[in-house]
Design a binder for this molecule. Sequence first.
Ligand code: G3P
Ligand code: CA
Length: 241
Amino acid sequence: MTKIFAHRGSAGTHPENTMIAFYEAERVGADGIELDVQLTKDGQIVVIHDETIDRTTDGTGWVKDFTYRELKQFNAVYKFVDQYDVCRIPLLEEVLAWIHPTSLLLNIELKNGLIAYEGLEQKVIDMIRHYGLEERTVLSSFNHNSMLFCHHLAPNIETGLLYMEPLYDPWKYVRVMKAKGLHPYHRTVTESFLHQARHHGIAIRPFTINKESLMKKMFAYEVDAIFTDYPRLAKEILKKT
Ligand code: G3P
Ligand code: CA
């Protein structure tokens, strides 16, 4: 059955990439959470989608220009000001310490497309190993070379390739890049693509599936997982499918 990954926690209903959003994902019975990571000035792995803090916090500037101590002063409540007073940008470590005793799956997206954060791959892998989460984690990125490097560093941790445009010869490409899964923009996913993926033993996890009609379509295709900002809705729809 298709797994439900709560995208940035439950970004549709809670402040994205915060502990509150991750707790909500568990509460509504998501199978896993998806989160994004970047590096601070002092080399800490923080959970935040954008390279800057402008959109999701009350501060402004690049994540890479702040130490973690400075970053955690900002309020990451984002657009949910009516529901919450304050929430902070979490460290990846905080999320892993919390997820460790649960049975949730984890997708860590390395946000290293625009900025080449030095050592990000090794730091993330060390953290996953520290919490023994190798079996429950999929690493992903739009930076496919970074995923190849992750495979080189930790062949037992699964990688998935994120992409927007259809890939040329995806089955050969995914093999060359040593990935086990493709994480495509949903518009590129067809029933025939799914059949081919089955044949090649590649997991397909499209993003970002927020509309009810799209959820139904992806569930009918029996994709391996979806990323959604609305995990509770997705669970309800999946139950009726
Ligand atoms: O993993 C799917 C999705 O998270 C990729 O896009 O921009 O939401 O990180 P984005
Ligand atoms: Ca993401």
